[in-house]
Design a binder for this molecule. Structure first.
Ligand code: SAJ
Length: 417
């Protein structure tokens, strides 16, 4: 049975790609939500009902809950019945997780606690991070405990997010959710809170298993994409169309190979497997190798383009797409963005025309180069000697194939087969 404590007000710490949608759906479910972010510009935008990034369906929900006074944002951590910590966990050193943002959030929460609150860690974290967060809070507050038998206990839990960028508003409501408490009571209390907005199954476990489950899901996908990427290299040398090969093999009832591409991007699949490797380096050989295979794919694409560009004095390359995947504006950890930059560096007297329908300006490292331009699709196709397809954005699917006729085409996604 879950502890009998209120869960009416919720402080969401970190209003990024996951924290903000979580805050919005909690407010929509009737909670009074106070969002916290260190960035004043994000706080101001959110209080005006505006979303500082692109995510289908979020703006409507956000504008509604802000107008009703159910959600507001501020820079200081408030008093609340429950807290959700959704802050970044970047790398430090040799792919270890930097827990300093979690520690800072914990130190912000500690002075606001009275006892009886739930503190949920949502950030993707290495095993042990939830216990670490609890220790940071309890070391600042010796009057509180995580021992549920004693008065003034605080409940600590991990509920990793598993939503897919681009489908966040749907998946946040529908996906099953893993909830791991540092005690069973904490997991139950966390379930009560998440049941308010999540119709998926809520699966209870301990915090360490929940942490590993999230990392395992993304490592599974990474290893399987690495298999597809390795196949693409083998197939290239063998003169075989890798997409046809995979399509045929996938007809087997127990085979389901993923798709090769220019590399693996985003802030999750290219990052999370390292947290497993860094926790257990000696026995994570397959996971580490898969990371290496996926990370080496952009270099293979670069070499292919340079090899074909040789024959031109002043080659013009149209790089179609620099987002980390189709139909989003997220350029973080994007292999395509890095490929465009490397080509600009390495093409002697060449020009790179970047076509990215989801952004209005180039990221700074591309913008500052004199031989890189943000171009519209039509003019890039007209001017290019080499058309390099890097992201399978919808507008690229509809390109008139006649326009590619005279060009050298390098299609890393198999879009125009
Ligand atoms: N990719 C391929 N081949 C494929 C599938 C993907 O090359 O067959 C590439 C994509 O182009 C992209 C990268 O992998 O560069 C990651 O894209 P994705 O769509 O597979 O995943 P993300 O990073 O957008 O979201 C993942 C999801 N995890 C899983 O599917 C196991 C999502 O559910 C998680 O919530 C998210 O990571 C996260 O936040 O951890």
């Amino acid at each position: 049975m879950s502890p009998n404590v209120p869960l009416d007000t919720v402080g969401v710490i970190g209003l990024g790609y996951i924290g903000l949608p979580t805050a919005a759906v909690l407010a929509q479910a009737g909670k009074r939500v106070i969002g916290v972010d260190v960035k004043q510009s994000s706080v101001d935008a959110i209080n005006a009902g505006e979303v500082p990034f692109v995510e289908e369906g979020l703006e409507t929900v956000l504008a509604g809950v802000v107008a009703k006074g159910k959600l507001s944002a501020q820079v200081e951590t408030p008093e609340a019945d429950a807290y959700i910590v959704s802050v970044p966990t970047p790398f430090i050193g040799d792919h270890d997780a930097d827990l300093s943002y979690i520690e800072a959030a914990a130190r912000g929460i500690a002075p606001k606690l009275k006892g009886g609150e739930l503190v949920v860690l949502e950030s993707t974290s290495p095993p042990g991070a939830t216990e670490h967060m609890a220790n940071v809070i309890l070391s600042e507050r010796s009057d509180l405990t995580s021992d549920v038998e004693r008065p003034n206990s605080v409940y600590f839990s991990h509920a990793p997010e598993r939503v897919l960028p681009g489908r966040i508003m749907i998946e946040m409501a529908e996906n099953d959710r893993i909830i791991g408490g540092t005690t069973p009571e904490a997991a139950e209390l966390n379930r009560d809170l998440y049941a308010s907005f999540c119709q998926g199954e809520l699966l209870l476990t301990d915090a360490r298993t929940a942490e590993m489950a999230k990392l395992t899901e993304n490592a599974f996908r990474d290893v399987n994409i690495a298999f597809a990427n390795e196949l693409s290299l083998i197939a290239d040398r063998q003169g075989i169309d890798v997409w046809e090969l995979i399509e045929l093999a996938n007809h087997h009832p127990r085979v389901n190979i993923l798709q090769p591409g220019p590399g693996v991007g985003g802030h999750c699949i290219a990052v999370d497997p390292w947290f497993i490797v860094s926790a257990e380096r000696e026995v994570s050989k397959l996971i580490a190798t898969a990371r290496g295979v996926n990370d080496s794919k952009p270099q293979m694409v670069i070499e292919k383009v340079l090899g074909r560009a040789n024959r031109f004095k002043d080659p013009t390359v149209a790089a179609l797409g620099i987002a980390f995947k189709a139909n989003i504006d997220d350029l973080r950890e994007s292999p395509s963005r890095n490929i465009a930059g490397a080509l600009a560096d390495q093409l002697d007297h060449g020009t790179v025309l970047v076509v990215e329908p989801n952004v209005h300006e180039l990221p700074p490292e591309l913008d500052k180069r004199s031989n890189v331009e943000l171009a519209d699709l039509d003019s890039a196709l007209e001017r290019a000697d080499i058309v390099l397809l890097l992201v399978d954005h919808d507008p690229f699917k509809e390109i008139d194939r006649e326009l590619l006729h005279e060009k050298i085409v390098i299609d890393t996604k198999g879009l125009w087969r």
